[in-house]
Design a binder for this molecule. Structure first.
Ligand code: NAI
Length: 315
């Protein structure tokens, strides 16, 4: 039995993500939670002839039902960006939402893998960790910031430039998940790029989200590509933990000591039955990438501290 709970399931990301998870035949129960509109989404998805039994839960009083027995909890709940906003601008609203959902998860499914999509990921992952610590159920190996969309974007942009197959292009993107904290390691792709190409690709990978925010013109941020990326991450988690496949890796933002002075960082992580099985070190970086790392560190540090303080000051 494999239960996956999606919190924020009726939203722009939540709906297509739930659809893609419904197509994953490893999942036997898909619990959809939101503060509104879950009944319709659940009824709709429940007609798809795959094994997962779909259940809808609405409002705080039904949160326990959604979480009880969950093996994986995916959180895309919260508000998305509008043009001109940074991910950090979302902190005020989303920090509280994530803290409340994490508190319920710490009580009702403390062993679940927590996959955090809600922005700002650089801060919401420390929030979940601090909540789990406060409840005495913290396991660093089970809490993940989903940065997969940065990798998906990087693979697409590089494959377009180099005429390679998008599915087999593999660009590691390390660091965090916002602006300058997103560090594409183009030197690890085996391709050569001109300085100008590196500059343009780096900018586009770091700010690809803004392209979507701008194009949607006030109607939100990436939802469909994020759903694809989120489903890919959950599929990888389940392949490693349930299907016991070895060698499953994803770049993901986790508790890590690979970057000096930072408690959380994303590098390639090997997934296993207990979640994080091995954290790969920062790959060897060229001079340009070292500069990107230097620029990322102070911002990441501040983002992490902001998340930690939010929980500490509230208790
Ligand atoms: P949306 O507004 O379309 O959907 C959010 C959903 O969360 C809504 O259905 C809303 O009712 C629900 N919600 C609000 N408060 C809740 C609560 N307390 N409990 C449960 N559900 C609650 O937003 P969208 O576009 O789906 O984005 C969601 C989040 O994902 C945003 O924070 C956005 O910034 C983030 N995001 C993250 C990405 C990543 O790469 N990690 C990429 C794109 C977006």
């Amino acid at each position: 039995m494999v239960k996956v709970a999606v919190l924020g399931a009726a939203g722009g990301i939540g709906q297509p993500l739930s659809l893609l998870l419904k197509a994953n035949t490893t999942i036997t129960e898909l619990a959809l939670f939101d503060i509104a509109n879950t009944a319709g989404v659940a009824a709709d998805l429940s007609h798809i002839n795959t094994p997962a039994k779909v259940t809808g839960y609405k409002g705080d009083e039904q949160l326990e039902g959604a979480l009880k027995g969950a093996d994986v909890v995916v959180i895309p709940a919260g508000v998305p960006r509008k043009p001109g906003m940074t991910r950090d601008d979302l902190f005020k609203i989303n920090a509280g939402i994530v803290k409340n959902l994490a508190t319920a998860a710490a009580k009702h499914c403390p062993k679940a893998f927590m996959a955090i999509i809600s922005n700002p990921v650089n801060s919401t992952v420390p929030i979940v960790a601090e909540v789990f610590k406060a409840h005495g159920v913290y396991d660093a190996k089970r809490i993940f910031g989903v940065t997969t969309l940065d990798i998906v974007r990087a693979n697409t942009f590089v494959s377009e430039l180099k005429n390679t197959e998008p599915q087999s292009t593999n660009v590691p993107v390390i660091g965090g998940h916002s602006g300058v904290t997103i560090i594409p390691v183009l030197s690890a792709t085996g391709h050569s790029f001109t300085d100008e190409q590196v500059e343009r690709l780096t900018q586009r990978i770091q700010y690809g989200g803004d392209e979507v925010v701008k194009a949607k013109d006030g109607a939100g941020s990436a939802t469909l590509s994020m759903a694809y990326a989120g489903a890919r991450f959950v599929n990888s988690l389940l392949e490693a933990s349930v299907l016991k496949k070895t060698g499953v890796t994803e770049c993901t933002y986790v508790k890590s000591d690979v970057a000096e002075g930072l408690e959380y960082f994303s590098t390639v992580v090997e997934l296993g039955p207990e979640g994080v099985s091995k954290i790969h070190p920062i790959p060897s970086l060229n001079a340009h990438e070292k500069k990107l790392l230097d620029a990322a560190v102070p911002e990441l540090k501040a983002n992490i501290q902001k998340g930690v303080d939010f929980v500490k000051n509230a208790t």
